[in-house]
Design a protein. Structure first.
Lengths: 344, 616
């Protein structure tokens, strides 16, 4: 494959800059990584094509490595990257249609292993450096799949699946809070609550159609964005301390959800626009912050800048950075379909 | 001679279109190759004999062809005048088109919306089964065995008595495709055995032609193909145990007679296309019923002026799980084709078509073309050709009705093409040749592409792209036949293709990018020697680098492939036996036609055919 020879100049450039960095900061091992100060962009790639990638953009915007995984590992990442999660000194890239999680060294990005035996994996949540959970669709309901989704329990010490837990349809986001794993069943209307000491579902919360993504705010409330095609969506606030009491804030449609570093302002997309909302607001805003439809949405907790992934299914997408005031800062070309951001 | 294999096929073309295609490039495909190398698909034949690029997802898997830097959606496939593209996807999978025995295959290069209707933007593949009433009787059976569990059985028969002509053909092809390949996506590139790539296909074609009177005939044709395929996963993709079951039934009837001082043709067709896809046992079903009718009248107005007018109607009824409820769509078109030869050396065609579709109207598509004979001598003829042609493509049923996302208000794609060429036919003693060179320009607007919807949550088709292309096509065919039963033939086809769209680079500057999976260079060559019942044939192709993404960041390396076949025919009275052997991918080349789809290494096939034929 010519992919390898093509990427060599980039690889050498990256290695050279890594060397410079290493020699200037050799006293601090953590700082030795060229990827310690920036954002990793998961580029989903085209479904059924082996062109998923991870891009790296430094916080100062001066270093952009569009095809990081292939550059370091001389092979493609796989088919449909869904998400990426740092756990300890490793990064875990969930590759949905390759049914695997690629494990790479968090400092060098070189491959250290793979977790197989998964079925359409989506998002991860780590209890500690040895134990994590991953949501799995198992089958697509719109393809006629009638079984349930599931959550697999992962042993990160040997990269194996130790247990599977049945949850609702199309489980998407996963969030750990207070020893419990909350799983949003996007194909149904519930959030499953899994006890992490027994790894069994202990409760199922009714939240309304299409719960997808979740964040935890500074007041220990869990926010879920939900909605389904053809009807309005909602931001649902769950209060774990108050018997999981639910408050709903209607929004035009479902989308993506993130929260700032101080965990007091939500940023979400709905019906093709981006809004911000204080976690203490009494109603969802009607005026958008940014009138743009993101395929990926992230907020850098350190710099408090918004990251939007935009683009078509078959061409290189763009990461566009905004101030939280809605002012556009700059943009970077990455790979096909940037769908998420992992900040380092 | 009672031997169809020795008939030189080059001269045969589908006469219907040829008359109105002055100035365009029409290429007859050597369909006897399918008999000499049984087990080759129509896609393989096009790959080996033309400058077209074949997009293959694996051996026996989905295979599509594209002309002049466009895509499979821009290739119209017509079966005896009816468009047979799958209405849901708007394209034809050539792996599902095992041509019936005695099919004529013609390639129309370049846009021809006026002649061939929707989809003929890059070109058209014309499959025809004309009536042959000459008295004959023939039965042929063939069995083939090959590497990776390949089996093929073919049975065909002809009967003709001057008034009635019958043709039947049946094939069954299957393969396990459990070959070994290197997985380039895994650490260390380990050898793997290909999983989930087996297929089997049964096809049956029947024709009945009846001469009602010296000037009237009736034809009924049926073509049934049932294919079960495991869908070969890409390297690095998961094996979802994906399976695809296709069943395509095509029935048509045609009456032709001389009335109103001209030739009138009435045709009706019914197609049923079922495509059931499943992953890990969970199905996605689609069935489309299509009814088509055509009425044509052709008349010689003056000895040098020929006119054909026609109209056609299509009704699609789709039951597709992705559409919610059933969907219907009507499409109509009317056309007029004129051929005028004002001078002995000048032939002009002027064709025009207007289509009407539920919800919108595609543009009027005219074509103006001419042939001018520059020199005509006993040894050869040199002809200058040129044409300007407009084309259109109606959005597919998926584009319009898929839920969510489908957009009934999409505009049809529209294209313009300009071309000029020189054709040379040469004949001296026992040597004949045909050579044609064509240069062209092409522009396609409102190219439909799916992208994330503006309101989020799903994807939707939009009239997004403009693609511009230009290129050169060169074809040459040579044949030498000596008095001592020695026949040498050979040929080459070359395609130089530039097909570009404008995309921003990393600095947001707009740049021209070659369309993905369009090689700049494609060469196909072949040579064949036949003597006293023996034959030896060699063919090879070269395909240059192909980008696998629209931004041209990734690509597949160039590759060359060679195949060889040899055989012996033994005749005894009306009986004939043929023993054949083929080596495919002779040099054991590792290559990919589509990114990360493993292709088979060197493999072998042998076959035996028995034939009984009688001609009075």
């Amino acid at each position: 494959m010519n992919l390898i020879s093509f990427r060599k100049p980039f690889l050498f450039a990256a290695l050279a800059s890594a060397l410079v960095f290493t020699s200037s900061c050799e006293n601090d091992k953590e700082e030795a990584s060229p990827f310690s100060d920036g954002v990793f962009v998961t580029n989903e790639g085209q479904f059924n094509s082996v062109n998923a990638e991870v891009s790296f953009i430094s916080r100062d915007g001066k270093t952009v490595i569009p095809a990081l995984f292939n550059q370091v590992n001389n092979r493609p990442l796989g088919d449909a990257a869904q998400s990426m999660t740092f756990i300890g000194d490793k990064a875990y890239i969930v590759v949905n249609n390759s049914q695997k999680i690629e494990v790479v060294d968090g400092r060098t990005f070189s491959s250290t292993g793979v977790i197989n035996d998964l079925s359409i994996p989506r998002y991860m949540a780590a209890l500690n450096n040895n134990k994590a959970y991953v949501t799995e669709y198992v089958g697509y309901s719109f393809f006629g799949y009638t079984g349930t989704g599931r959550v697999s329990v992962l042993n990160l010490a040997n990269n194996t699946v130790t247990k599977t837990i049945d949850v609702g349809l199309l489980p998407e986001g996963a969030l750990l809070h207070n020893g419990k794993l909350y799983v949003a069943n996007s194909g149904g209307s519930t959030v499953s609550i899994i006890n992490t000491s027994t790894d069994a579902v202990e409760a199922t919360l009714e939240v309304g159609n299409g719960p997808a993504h979740m964040v935890l705010d500074a007041n220990n409330k869990i926010w879920v964005i939900r909605g389904t095609y053809g009807e309005p969506g909602a931001l649902v606030k769950i209060d774990p301390a108050n018997n999981h009491a639910i408050t709903s804030y209607q929004i035009p449609g479902s989308g993506l959800l993130t929260i700032n570093g101080s965990k007091n302002t939500l940023y979400y997309s709905s019906a093709g626009k981006i809004y911000s909302m204080s976690v203490t607001a009494t109603a969802a805003p009607t005026t958008p912050l940014i009138s743009r439809n993101p395929y990926g949405l992230g907020l850098d907790p350190e710099s408090n800048k918004l990251y939007l992934g935009v683009g078509g299914y078959t061409t290189n997408g763009w990461v566009v950075r905004y101030e939280t005031t809605g002012a556009r800062i700059d943009s970077f070309q990455v790979r096909v379909l940037p769908n998420g951001f992992t900040f380092r | 001679m009672p031997d169809s294999v020795l008939v030189n096929p080059i001269e045969i073309t589908g006469a219907k279109y040829t008359r109105f295609a002055a100035g365009t490039k029409l290429e007859a495909v050597d369909t006897l190759l399918l008999q000499r190398q049984p087990g080759l698909t129509l896609a393989d034949v096009l790959q080996q004999r033309s400058g077209l690029y074949l997009k293959s997802y694996g051996n026996g898997m989905t295979a599509t062809v594209a002309f002049r830097g466009t895509t499979a959606s821009h290739t119209a496939v017509l079966w005896n005048g009816f468009n047979i593209a799958l209405p849901t996807l708007g394209l034809s999978d050539f792996a599902l088109l095992p041509p019936a025995a005695h099919s004529l295959i013609t390639l129309q290069h370049g846009p021809s919306g006026a002649l061939h209707g929707s989809g003929a933007i890059g070109g058209a593949v014309l499959l025809e089964n004309p009536a042959d009433f000459s008295p004959n009787q023939m039965v042929r059976v063939q069995q083939q065995e090959g590497s990776f569990g390949h089996h093929r059985t073919a049975v065909s028969g002809n009967y003709g008595n001057g008034r009635l002509a019958l043709t039947s053909s049946f094939t069954r092809t299957s393969a396990d495709n459990n070959f070994k390949y290197r997985d380039l996506t895994q650490f260390g590139q380990p050898w793997q055995e290909q999983q989930n790539a087996a297929f089997n296909q049964n096809s049956f074609a029947q024709e009945v032609h009846l001469k009602l009177s010296p000037t009237q005939h009736l034809s009924v044709r049926g073509w049934w193909v049932k294919t079960h395929r495991q869908v070969q996963p890409p390297m690095g993709g998961a094996n979802n145990n994906a399976q695809q079951d296709d069943e395509n039934l095509r029935l048509m009837t045609e009456w032709q007679g001389q009335i109103a001082r001209g030739t009138t043709t009435v045709k009706a067709a019914y197609f049923k296309d079922r495509l059931d896809y499943s992953e890990n046992g969970h199905p996605s079903l689609s069935t489309v019923n299509t009814w088509q009718g055509q009425l044509e009248h052709e008349r010689t107005l003056l000895p040098n002026l020929l006119l054909q007018v026609g109209t056609e109607g299509q009704l699609f009824k789709a039951e597709v799980s992705g559409y919610g409820d059933g969907q219907k769509e009507n499409r109509y078109s009317a056309y007029a084709w004129m051929r005028y030869d004002p001078l002995e050396k000048l032939q002009i065609s002027l064709n025009v078509r207007q289509a009407w579709v539920d919800g919108f109207n595609p543009p009027v598509t005219p074509t103006l073309g001419a042939n001018f004979i520059l020199s005509e001598k006993e040894a050869g003829t040199l002809t200058l050709k040129g044409n300007v042609s407009r084309s259109y493509r109606v959005p597919t049923l998926n584009d319009r009705y898929w839920r969510p996302g489908g957009n009934p208000d999409l505009s049809p794609e529209s294209g313009w093409g300009y071309e000029a060429g020189l054709a040379h036919a040469f004949q001296q003693n026992q040597l004949t040749s045909q050579t044609e060179v064509t240069v062209y320009r092409l522009k396609v607007q409102d190219w439909i592409q799916w992208q994330p919807s503006v309101t989020g949550g799903y994807s939707e088709p939009v009239n997004l792209q403009t693609v511009r292309g230009h290129g050169l096509e060169l074809d040459t065919k040579w044949k030498y036949a000596s008095a001592r039963h020695l026949i040498l033939s050979g040929g080459a086809a070359y395609g130089y293709t530039i097909s570009e769209q404008v995309l921003p680079n990393a600095h947001a500057e707009l740049q021209d990018r070659q369309l993905f999976y369009v090689p700049k260079h494609k060469v196909a060559g072949y040579a064949e020697a036949r003597v006293k019942g023996w034959w030896l044939a060699l063919d090879g192709t070269f395909t240059s680098l192909r980008y696998t993404d629209q931004d041209n960041d990734n690509w597949l390396d160039p590759y060359a492939l060679a195949n060889v076949s040899a055989g012996k025919t033994i005749r005894w009275s009306a009986f004939e036996a043929q023993l054949m052997a083929q080596v495919q991918n002779l040099a054991n080349t590792t290559y990919q036609a589509m990114a990360y789809r493993a292709m088979p290494p060197r493999h072998y096939r042998i076959s035996l055919a028995l034939q009984w034929a009688k001609r009075p």
